[in-house]
Design a protein around this ligand. Structure first.
Ligand code: HEM
Length: 246
């Protein structure tokens, strides 16, 4: 009996086949199975139009927003090892991160720049979706999820701004919460809820910290998952069903 090659033995082994449950993708069936059995490819429908794959159709902005979110979670967790959300220790711990923690300044800058970039990229993604008319049925539900994602992204950015507890943060949040207070009917209650009192204090810092590291990121993960699931269920990008789709 002819001896099989090592690569054949590997691809036929039980361990390999427990990961890759299809043959080499050189025929339509295995190509479809490659897409449907992989968690990352699974985001795409089995068949996509060439138009939706052109880089200048979506500019990859949605994926970019998701990657930036990943960077923020990773660098945010590293910062949490040192940062203490107390009015006495917040500013000194930020300085310690910058001046004495190995790669601390780099980590903090990555977190800050990724946060600015995410706000920009999410707004550009929303504009792309609008200009390609992808908000129309059946994608109107995903548009609404998107609007909530935008608000959550802005909320995460706003709450993070207070955490360094320097003059800029203190006064920015004072001004921001004062503006919220002028909203009709719910304004004053909203301001007090955010501040945990009548002015920016320890109560505000701990509230913003909890929103920033727990509530908002958890809501973002949940809604980004729903958003991706909807993209898949709505048949991939809207370009797939446009009359001129190739
Ligand atoms: C955390 C923020 C967001 C993330 C991570 C995200 C991610 C994505 C990804 C990966 C896609 C598919 C590929 C692409 O279009 O680039 C997509 C599509 C879509 N997104 Fe978002 N998105 C976000 C915010 C938004 C916002 C703010 C809106 C609008 C208000 C929105 C509405 C949509 C719609 C309607 C689609 C389908 C587009 C089509 O079929 O052409 N998303 N999103």
């Amino acid at each position: 009996m002819a001896q099989s090659k090592p690569i054949e033995r590997l691809t036929q082994s039980r361990v390999w086949r427990s990961f890759f449950r299809h043959g080499w993708p050189d025929n339509p069936l295995d190509r479809s199975l490659t897409m449907t059995s992989n968690i990352f490819f699974h985001l795409h429908p089995v068949k996509v139009s060439r138009k939706s794959l052109r880089w200048n159709y979506s500019f990859g902005l949605g994926i970019m927003a998701a990657i930036l979110y990943g960077v923020l979670v990773f660098t945010g967790i590293l910062l949490m090892f040192y940062y203490v959300p107390s009015v006495e220790r917040a500013y000194p711990t930020m300085k310690e991160i910058q001046l004495s923690v190995p790669l601390g300044q780099f980590t903090r800058n990555m977190h800050r720049w990724a946060a600015h970039a995410m706000v920009l990229v999410v707004i550009l993604h929303m504009a792309r979706v609008f200009y390609t008319g992808a908000y129309k049925p059946p994608r109107e539900f995903n548009w609404v999820i998107g609007v909530i994602l935008l608000l959550l992204t802005l909320g995460a950015s706003f709450t993070g701004y207070l955490l360094p507890w320097d003059q800029l943060s203190y006064w920015a949040i004072t001004v921001g919460t004062n503006i919220a207070g002028y909203a009709p009917v719910a304004g004053p209650v909203m301001r007090e809820l955010l501040l945990g009192g009548t002015e920016v204090s320890q109560n505000t810092l701990i509230r913003f910290y909890t929103l920033h590291i727990a509530l908002l990121p958890a809501s973002l993960v949940l809604l980004i998952s729903v958003h991706f699931w909807r993209v898949r269920k709505d048949g991939g990008l809207a370009a797939n069903e446009a009359p001129d789709a190739e």
